[in-house]
Design a protein around this ligand. Structure first.
Ligand code: ADP
Ligand code: F6P
Length: 347
């Protein structure tokens, strides 16, 4: 192969730039040129007008951004790319640029895009760039470790102020429909309650545990809520609880973490406070783990393409970087660490 491409797609994740740096270094070593495809699959469709869609990567620039958060190539969610005729156009554009293989850095959606390109004759290798850790075939996704570290730093700070005021904190973390960030952030900070989409929960049970902990001498407890936790919540008339406690409620108030805190305050009589950690989890400098994983996977991706092995994704198994076919990877079923979850919520 003489020329390959690289793109980042979906939500950005810490370590994406480091992976691009590794791809660039490996490509240069093997005498291949590297094209950076901008804004995810938008770039393959030349949606930026052509001039800024597929650019020759300059190794100096790539070396400068390797330790930076975010993604130099930019990222996007490209809905046009879901259409088969657009995928065909993208494959043609890629071929016209002389690109013979593409490294796709993103989550499961981006992998489906890579699969579509593979079917159209463009070999692709995927690197699991997402903070969510929601890809079953790999123990870790790129950016997850940094996101967990970020949450742990922030929750420690929140627990310091909770301690000063002897009051509970309710903290929302990201992860889409996956509770892994919430789980590790809880374990890593000693948070007393963890709520995730994978396990059914009820507001009254959470309130009961808070009351028991408070009565037992721990009023400055932390409840960590995964943003997707509403998927597994037992239905309950939250508005009725608030109204019964004399609170003003709008019938169109959406269920949210702030809303949950209000209900918990009513049920427990505590002064719980809410923090939504949000995008801080995505915008951090990659951790040591993510930087190393990015390096190994970037180099492996280029090696695979160079050896004519496409249609693969890279991941971690038993702590080691490995690869497997996209097709099989996307079929695997995630296993949630229920033992850790039960430990956090029962001690
Ligand atoms: P992530 O890659 O982080 O899971 P998304 O699910 O938003 O993020 O997917 C990123 C992009 O991948 C989408 O905007 C789209 O361009 C492409 N994509 C997602 N699903 C498919 C699909 N079924 N077929 C082709 N492309 C897809
Ligand atoms: O997939 C990464 C992620 O940060 C999820 O945790 C979150 O649900 C989503 O992206 C937010 O997406 P957006 O950047 O579109 O707000």
């Amino acid at each position: 192969m003489r020329r390959i491409g690289v793109l980042t797609s979906g939500g950005d994740a810490p370590g994406m730039n480091a992976a691009v740096m590794a791809v660039a270094k490996a490509a240069r070593s093997y005498g291949m040129s590297l094209i950076g495809i901008k804004r995810g699959y938008n770039g393959t469709l030349c949606m930026g007008g052509g001039a800024d869609d597929m650019i020759e990567m300059d190794l100096d620039t790539v070396l400068d951004i390797a330790d930076q958060p975010g993604t130099y190539l930019r990222t996007a969610r490209c809905l046009e790319f879901l259409k088969p005729e657009m995928q065909m156009r993208a494959a043609n554009n890629i071929r016209e640029m002389g690109i013979e293989g593409v490294v796709v850095i993103g989550g499961d959606g981006s992998y489906k895009g890579a699969q579509a390109l593979c079917r159209l004759g463009i070999p692709c290798v995927g690197i699991p760039g997402t903070i969510d850790n929601d890809l079953a075939y790999t123990e870790m996704t790129l950016g997850y470790d940094t996101a967990v570290n970020s949450c742990i730093d922030d929750i420690r700070a929140i627990r310091a102020t909770s301690r000063s005021h002897d009051r509970p904190a309710v903290v929302e973390v990201m992860g889409r429909h996956c509770g892994d960030i919430a789980l590790k952030a809880s374990a890593g900070t000693g948070a007393e309650i963890c709520i995730v989409p994978e396990v059914q929960w009820s507001v009254t049970e959470v309130a009961d545990r808070m009351s028991r902990l408070t009565a037992g001498g721990n009023p400055r407890l932390t409840v960590v809520v995964a943003e997707g936790a509403w998927d597994s919540m037992l239905p309950i008339d939250w508005r009725r609880i608030l109204k019964d406690h004399g609170m003003r409620v709008h019938d169109d108030d959406p269920i949210s973490t702030r809303f949950l805190t209000r209900v918990l305050r009513c049920l427990t009589g505590t002064e719980a406070r809410t923090t939504i950690l949000g995008y801080t989890q995505r915008g951090r400098q990659p951790s040591a783990y993510d930087s190393c994983f990015a390096f190994e996977s970037g180099v492996l991706a280029v090696n695979l393409l160079r050896n004519g092995i496409g249609n693969q994704v890279i991941g971690v198994k038993d702590g080691r970087v490995f690869f497997m076919p996209i097709e099989d990877a996307l079929k695997e079923k995630r296993e949630f660490n229920l033992t850790l979850y039960n430990t956090i919520n029962s001690l």
